[in-house]
Design a protein around this ligand. Structure first.
Ligand code: HEC
Length: 224
């Protein structure tokens, strides 16, 4: 496979993977705190603001720490994403844009995580999170969803839901080989109710011309 098709695949990864610049985690320079709460909410909803400085924002509703945010996170989605009644129209502070709303929903779908895990996980909600996928000299973080797939030797497939460039590093990074379509994942933590049930390694293959991008699970092996 030549360099041109390599970039075609990278491009596919971006487009069909709904790449976005905001990480669906609270912490980090690209996280929800910095890219959503800090820009659109903390002017009123911050623990260090008191009295009139809060502009009427309830004193118990703050988004400046993860601990404060978590109990009300669903309310934040409700008001700022679903109803779009926060920030108040009168404040002059803009409503969340589409990228921010998408990231908020992805954050909710992932269970409002605090930070990106550095290990690959497959959780009981069928989401496979790969913090680092090497593709040539590029590094991506990717989220795939497990699906039943008739054409797969294991009956299992994965649909790429999201991919975005990352600068993170991982001892157990996955590798995608554009020449063969192979995706090698050296270690995946199987998580149920937040508790690890063990680890497996996995081999997948890209389904040619799939859109959205899809992989067949060729094999998985329990890591003792
Ligand atoms: C200009 C000040 C201001 C900004 C900025 C602001 N809010 Fe508010 N917020 C308020 C006020 C005032 C209230 C109380 C009145 C109300 O609920 O409409 C409130 C209430 C809320 C509530 C309701 C809490 C409950 O008990 O249901 C939520 C949730 C909320 N805000 C989320 C947000 C989010 C998320 C952002 C940023 C995207 C944001 N707000 C930005 C002023 C603000």
């Amino acid at each position: 496979m030549n360099i041109k098709s390599t970039f075609t695949i990278l491009f596919l990864f971006f487009i069909t993977g709904h790449a976005f610049a905001i990480d669906p985690v609270y912490e980090g320079a690209n996280g929800i705190r910095e890219k959503v709460f800090a820009t659109n909410c903390l002017f009123c909803h911050s623990s260090n603001l008191v009295g009139s400085a809060r502009n009427g924002a309830p004193s118990s509703v703050n988004w400046d720490t993860y601990e404060a945010t978590l109990p009300n996170a669903t309310r934040a989605i409700e008001r700022a994403v679903n109803l779009m009644t926060m920030p108040p129209a009168s404040s002059g502070i803009p409503l969340l844009d589409e990228e921010q709303r998408t990231a908020m929903l992805a954050w909710q779908n992932a269970g409002f995580p605090r930070a990106t895990l550095s290990v690959a996980t497959l959780s009981d909600n069928s989401l496979l999170t790969l913090p680092v996928v090497n593709i040539g000299n590029y590094k991506f973080q990717a989220t795939l969803r497990q699906i039943p797939l008739d054409t797969s030797p294991t009956g299992i497939g994965f649909v790429l839901e999201r991919a975005a460039p990352t600068t993170a590093s991982s001892d157990n990074a996955a590798t995608f080989f554009p020449e063969t379509g192979g995706l090698t994942i050296p270690s995946v933590e199987l998580v149920q109710n937040g508790i690890s049930q063990g680890r497996v390694s996995a081999e997948m293959t890209l389904v040619t011309d799939s859109n959205p991008v899809m992989f067949t699970l060729i094999s998985s092996t329990v890591i003792p």
